[in-house]
Design a protein around this ligand. Structure first.
Ligand SMILES: [Zn+2]
Length: 217
């Protein structure tokens, strides 16, 4: 099964709209950050290498087949393997967002965070959209071992935080992936605001109740 060219063009336009929105609000800078969208034929759309998310041309967004070969558009982001690892390990995920968003990156640089779960459950919407957030050890950008490290966690986690780099977040569709990324960034900001105050987060029972009522994709 595969989508019509019209449907695929609509998905390209959605990527460009979300990219501009993220860029305009300062959630991504320069040519950093990338977005992917799964297609029904097993391939995906992906933002191109060296592209600014604020000025994406929908026609130049990369289309890859199920084997990762470029079908049309520009060459894909150099971080394509992060997206492939998430999409392959999370069959329920329809889209992936990866940003170098400031507060999330700040948390990824802290010396004393829990590498199994970098941000405590401060709010209900963070638990519903992100859940637990493991830290992926630092690798130089472009090192495909980073993809392997993400692959090892992606089955159990819809979001991971790359050390000294930024988050990779899955959602059932592009809207959901963007909203979860925004929730993560805002909760990272809250976490930093509250550092040193011993904040009262949600209890394990409250987290269990949310996970039972609102399972994540
Ligand atoms: Zn990156």
């Amino acid at each position: 099964m595969s989508q019509s060219p019209h449907e695929i063009n609509r998905l390209r336009e959605q990527i460009a709209l979300h990219g501009k929105s993220l860029f305009d609000r300062g959630l991504t800078m320069g040519s950093s950050g990338n977005i992917s969208q799964r297609l029904e034929d097993g391939g995906c759309l992906m933002t191109p290498t060296n592209a600014c998310l604020g000025r994406l041309d929908p026609a130049r967004i990369t289309r890859l087949d199920a084997q990762g070969r470029v079908l049309d558009g520009d060459a894909p982001t150099k971080e394509h393997f992060l997206h492939r690892a998430m999409l392959e390990e999370r069959p329920s995920a329809g889209a992936i967002v990866h940003l170098h968003s400031t507060h999330s990156v700040a948390v990824s640089c802290l010396p004393d965070i829990n590498p199994c779960d970098c941000i405590p459950p401060l709010t209900a919407y963070y638990v519903m959209r992100v859940g637990t957030l493991p830290l992926v050890p630092y690798h130089v950008p472009g090192d495909e071992r980073l993809g392997d490290a993400v692959r090892g966690l992606a089955g159990q986690h819809s979001a991971v935080l790359l050390a000294n780099h930024g988050p990779v977040v899955a959602g059932k569709n592009l809207d959901a992936a963007v909203y979860a990324t925004e929730e993560l960034e805002e909760t990272a900001k809250l976490f930093l605001l509250l550092r040193g105050t011993n904040p009262r987060g949600l209890t394990p029972e409250q987290v269990d109740e949310l996970n039972a009522r609102y399972p994540r994709d």
